[in-house]
Design a protein around this ligand. Structure first.
Ligand code: MCN
Ligand code: CUM
Length: 798
C-alpha cells in the first residue's frame, strides 16, 4: 500500500527521496571505520571468558614483546590513573577494565594497541590471565536469594544484588478496584533479553593532538554532545578541547546511546601512545558485550466487570540489568517510561512495582527501539487485554473498543500521572479492522476450526492478533527530564545565506532516519526555501548547538520543534527587512509560503531570497533590526508527544511443526503531522520487521554458567525479507496540540507495537488447544511444544 514516489515534493512536507541516499547507495558514506589518519594505531580488547571470576594475575610480558605492539594496558594500569571505573548514566559505576574480578562473559580485561588490527588481535592471545571462577547468577529470579553470590562487592557495604525498587500509581485505589471486580486475570509475561544488532558495530577513532591539546573522537554515538560533556566530566578534560564527531552511523536502534568501555579505551589509547587510535568491535563483541534490551520478568493482573469494562491493572516487574546498571533513562525514572503501562484505555486505577537486580550478564545501553521501556509496557498491557478477552470469551477488538480513551477526553491524564496530548483511538482501530477485513478473517477462521473439529486437520491454522499502542516520545521537558543533570532540550541554528540558501545546524544525530531530508523539509515548510537548497549539519559538536541527541524518538518532537521555531524567528526577522525594502509598516505585511507581501496588494512582495540578499546588503534597516537573517533557538518541549497505532497480525501456524508464518500485517499509525510520509513508512517497515524478529526469532540466551549462547548471527537470528509479508499500512493524523508543527515521533512505534500483535495472533491460532500463554520468541520448537499433551477443543465458535 506504500505509494511509489512519482515526483519528489520540492517545498515543505510530502514524499521526497532522501537526500542522504545519494551518497549511501553509492557507497560514499563516511562511517567511523572509514576514518583513516596518518600514523593511526589499532586497539583490540581482551575479554573475559568467564561470567564471574576473580582475577588472580595478569601477565602481559609476551604481548608487550610482540614487535608490532605499542602498548598493553590492564585494569591495574587504569587504576593507577584513577580511570578503572567510570560512572554510568544511571548513577552506577562500571569497570572500564576489570581490576578485582570479572562480572560477565565478554567483560573488558585488558587492551592492546598495535600497528595494525591483526597484530593487536594476535597479541591478545599472548596475555596470560589467571582466573578463579566464582558462582554465577544467570537467572534474575535467583539474584535476591539469600546466600546468592554478591556481584557488586566493589560497592562498599553492598551485601546483595538489589539495585532499586520503584513504584508508580496508587496501590490502595488499585486494590479497591480489584476488590470490586467480577473477573481478575493474571499472567506471567517475560520480555526476553534482545539486542539491537545494528549493521555497523560500535567503534571510535580517538586523536589527542599533543600540540593543541585537542581531543577529537570520531565515534558511533547517537548523542555526540552528551558524550562530549561526559568525557569532560569523567576524564577531567577541558570541554572546549573535546570534539565529538558522529559521522554517518550504520544504525543505532538505541545501542549507540551509552558510553561503553571501548570508547573510553580508545581515548586512553591515544593518550598513552600519542597517536590516533582506532577501536572497532567485531560482530561477536557487539553481540556479547554491547547493549542489551528488555529482560523484564513481568507479572500482570487485570481487573474488569463481567461485561468487559476494565477497572484496574497491577504489574510487578523483576528487571535484569546485568552486572552494571548502565541503562539510559531520564534520572527521575529509573524504569524509564514503563509506568505508561496503562495503555490506550480509560480506567481509574493502576499500580506498578519494578525491582531491578544485578546478574552476571552484560550491562545495558538504553537499547533497542524502546522509548524508555514503553516497549515492555505496551507488550504487557496488550497481552493482558487479550488474556482478559479470552477469559471473558469476548472478541479482543470489541474489548479494546469498549475501553478506549475517547476523543473528547484528551488531553487525558493516566492513573500514573502522564498526560496524553491527543488521539482518536476508535477511528484508528476501525481503520485497521477495515483494511484487514476483520470480520471476514474471523469467518475464515470459524470455517477452518469447524473443519478441524470435523476431523480434517490438514494445513495451517489462522490466527488474528491485535495490538493497540500509545507511546510517549520526545523527552524532556528539561525540568522533569535529565540525564546526569543534563536537561533534555535541543538547540537549532539556522543561517540563511545572501543567495537565499540555508544551513541548519542540529543537536540531534541521525543513524539512518533521514534527518538531512526531513529537517530541511521543516525549514522549507516554514520559509518556502526549496528543500534541496537547505543543508543540514549534524553529528559534530564543534559545528552544532548543544542538545541531548537522538533516541526515544525525540528528534522530531524536540529538535523538530527547535527547527520550526528557529525558522519562524528567521521569518519574523525577514518580515522587518521586507517592510524596510517595501517601505511599508511590517504590520501591513502578510506571509505566504516563501514571501512577504503587502496586504491587499499581493503584487507588492519580496521573496525570502530577495530579503536574504537585502538583509546582507546596504539597505537601511529599521531601528533595532540587525542585519542578516540568522537565528538560534533552544527548544524545551512542554511535554512528551503521544503517537499511537492499531496493529493487526494475521499468521498461519502449523501445529505439526510449530512454524509461524506472518501472512499479513496491517499497521495504522498516527504520528500527527507527517513531514515525509515516505520516511515515516520506511521507519514503520523497519520496526515491523524488528517486531517479527523479537516475536519469532531473537533471544539472548545464557546457560547456567552465564555463557552467552548467541554470539553470532548463526545463533542470534535477525529477520530478513523472507519472514516479512508485504506490509499493509494506513494512517490517521491527529496533530499534537503542543508541538509547533503538530508532529509526534514515530521511529520506534512499530517495534513497540508489533510484537504483541504477533504473539496475540499465534495464541489466537492455538485457541483450539486452550493455549493462553507463550513467551517470545515463538520459535517452531516453542510453538510446537505449546500444544503437546493438550486436548483439541472442538466446540469453539471463535
Ligand atoms: N518523521 C516524519 N514525520 C513525523 C515523525 C517523524 O517525517 N511525524 C521522520 C523524522 O523527521 C525522521 C524519522 O521520521 O526523519 C524518525 O523520526 P523520529 O520519530 O523523530 O525519531 P528519531 O529521528 O529521533 O529517531 C530515533 C528512533 C529511535 S529512538 C530508534 S531506536 C530507531 C529509529 O529511530 N533507530 C533507527 N529508527 C531508526 N531507523 C534507522 N534507519 N536506523 C536506526 O538506528
Ligand atoms: Cu530506546 S532505542 Mo532508541 O530510543 O535510540
Amino acid at each position: 500500500m506504500t505509494a511509489p514516489v512519482e515526483e519528489d515534493v520540492k517545498v515543505g512536507f510530502g514524499r521526497m527521496r532522501r537526500v542522504e541516499d545519494a551518497r549511501f547507495i553509492r557507497g560514499r558514506g563516511t562511517y567511523v571505520d572509514d576514518v583513516q589518519l596518518p600514523g593511526m594505531l589499532h586497539l583490540a580488547i581482551l575479554r573475559s571468558p568467564y561470567a564471574h571470576a576473580k582475577i588472580v594475575s595478569i601477565d602481559t610480558s609476551a604481548a608487550e614483546a610482540h614487535p608490532k605492539v605499542k602498548a598493553v594496558v590492564t585494569g591495574a594500569t587504569l587504576d593507577s590513573l584513577g580511570l578503572a571505573w567510570m560512572p554510568t548514566i544511571s548513577y552506577d559505576t562500571q569497570a572500564v577494565l576489570a581490576t578485582d574480578k570479572v562480572r560477565f562473559q565478554g567483560q573488558e580485561v585488558a587492551f592492546v594497541v598495535a600497528e595494525d588490527r591483526y597484530s593487536a588481535r594476535d597479541a591478545l592471545e599472548l596475555i596470560e590471565v589467571e582466573y578463579e571462577p566464582l558462582p554465577v547468577i544467570a537467572d534474575a529470579k535467583t539474584a535476591l536469594d539469600p546466600g546468592a553470590p554478591v556481584i557488586r562487592d566493589d560497592k562498599e557495604g553492598k551485601a546483595d544484588n538489589h539495585i532499586y525498587d520503584w513504584q508508580a500509581g496508587d496501590k490502595d485505589k488499585t486494590d479497591a478496584a480489584f476488590a470490586a471486580a467480577d473477573v481478575v486475570v493474571s499472567e506471567e509475561i517475560l520480555y526476553p533479553r534482545v539486542h539491537p544488532a545494528p549493521l555497523e558495530t560500535c567503534g571510535s577513532v580517538a586523536h589527542l593532538d599533543k600540540a593543541t591539546g585537542k581531543l577529537t573522537v570520531w565515534t558511533t554515538t547517537q548523542a555526540p554532545h552528551a558524550h562530549r560533556t561526559l568525557y569532560a566530566i569523567v576524564a577531567g578534560l577541558p570541554e572546549q578541547k573535546i570534539r565529538i564527531i558522529s559521522p554517518d552511523i550504520g544504525g543505532g536502534f538505541g545501542g549507540k546511546v551509552g558510553i561503553y568501555p571501548g570508547y573510553v579505551l580508545a581515548v586512553v589509547g591515544t593518550i598513552v601512545t600519542g597517536k590516533p587510535v582506532k577501536w572497532m568491535e567485531d560482530r561477536s563483541e557487539n553481540l556479547v558485550s554491547t547493549a542489551f534490551a528488555r529482560d523484564y520478568h513481568m507479572t500482570g493482573e487485570i481487573a474488569a466487570t463481567a461485561d468487559g469494562k476494565i477497572l484496574g491493572l497491577k504489574v510487578n516487574v523483576l528487571a535484569d540489568h546485568g552486572a552494571f546498571n548502565g541503562v539510559a533513562q531520564p534520572t527521575k525514572y529509573p524504569a524509564g517510561f514503563f509506568h505508561i503501562f496503562t495503555g490506550s484505555y480509560d480506567y481509574g486505577a493502576a499500580w506498578c512495582n519494578v525491582t531491578a537486580v544485578y546478574t552476571n550478564k552484560a550491562p545495558g545501553g538504553v537499547a533497542y527501539a524502546c522509548s524508555f521501556r514503553i516497549t515492555e509496557a505496551v507488550y504487557l498491557v496488550e497481552r493482558m487485554i487479550d488474556a482478559l478477552a479470552a477469559k471473558l470469551d469476548m472478541d479482543p477488538a470489541e474489548l479494546r473498543l469498549r475501553n478506549f480513551i475517547q476523543e473528547d477526553q484528551f488531553p487525558y491524564t493516566t492513573p500514573t500521572g502522564w498526560t496524553y496530548d491527543s488521539g482518536n483511538y476508535p477511528v484508528t482501530m476501525r481503520k485497521a479492522m477495515e483494511i484487514a477485513g476483520y470480520e471476514k478473517l474471523r469467518e475464515e477462521q470459524r470455517a477452518q476450526r469447524e473443519r478441524w473439529a470435523a476431523g480434517d486437520r490438514s494445513g495451517t491454522l489462522t490466527g488474528v492478533g491485535i495490538s493497540f499502542f500509545t507511546e510517549g516520545v520526545g523527552a524532556g521537558p528539561r525540568k522533569h527530564m535529565d540525564i546526569l543533570g543534563l536537561g533534555m532540550a535541543d538547540g537549532a541554528e539556522l543561517r540563511v545565506h545572501p543567495t537565499g540558501k540555508a544551513v541548519l545546524r542540529l543537536s540531534c544525530q541521525s543513524q539512518g532516519q533521514g534527518h538531512e531530508t526531513t529537517f530541511a523539509q521543516i525549514v522549507s515548510h516554514e520559509l518556502g526555501i526549496p528543500t534541496l537548497d537547505i543543508e543540514v549539519v549534524h553529528g559534530d559538536t564543534d559545528q552544532t548547538p548543544f542538545g541531548l541527541g537522538t533516541y526515544g524518538s525525540r528528534s522530531t518532537p524536540v529538535s523538530g520543534g527547535a527547527t520550526a521555531v528557529v525558522a519562524r524567528k528567521v521569518r519574523d526577522r525577514a518580515k522587518l527587512v521586507a517592510a524596510a525594502m517595501l517601505e511599508v509598516s511590517h504590520e501591513d505585511l502578510e506571509w505566504e509560503q516563501g514571501r512577504w507581501f503587502v496586504k491587499g496588494d499581493p503584487e507588492q512582495g519580496k521573496t525570502i531570497a530577495e530579503i536574504a540578499m537585502a538583509a546582507h546588503g546596504a539597505l537601511e534597516l529599521p531601528e533595532g533590526v540587525e542585519g542578516h537573517l540568522d537565528a538560534t533557538c533552544v527548544y524545551n518541549p512542554p511535554d512528551l508527544t503521544y503517537p499511537f497505532g492499531a496493529y493487526i497480525a494475521v499468521v498461519d501456524v502449523d501445529p505439526g511443526t510449530g512454524v509461524v508464518k506472518v501472512r499479513r500485517f496491517i499497521a495504522v499509525d498516527d504520528c500527527g503531522t507527517r513531514i515525509n510520509p515516505m520516511i515515516v513508512e520506511g521507519q514503520i517497515h523497519g520496526g515491523l520487521a524488528d517486531g517479527i524478529g523479537m516475536a519469532l526469532m531473537q533471544v539472548m540466551a545464557f546457560d547456567t554458567d552465564g555463557n552467552h549462547l548467541g554470539s553470532s548471527f548463526m545463533d542470534y537470528l535477525l529477520p530478513t525479507s523472507l519472514e516479512c509479508p508485504s506490509w499493509e499500512l494506513g494512517e490517521t493524523v491527529t496533530p499534537s496540540p503542543h508541538h509547533p508543527i503538530g508532529a509526534k515521533g514515530v521511529g520506534e512505534s512499530a517495534t513497540v507495537g508489533s510484537p504483541a500483535a504477533i504473539v496475540n495472533a499465534v495464541l489466537d491460532a492455538l485457541k483450539p488447544w486452550d493455549v493462553t500463554h507463550a513467551d517470545m520468541p515463538l520459535t517452531p520448537a516453542n510453538v510446537w511444544s505449546l500444544t503437546q499433551g493438550r486436548p483439541l477443543r472442538t466446540d469453539l465458535a471463535l
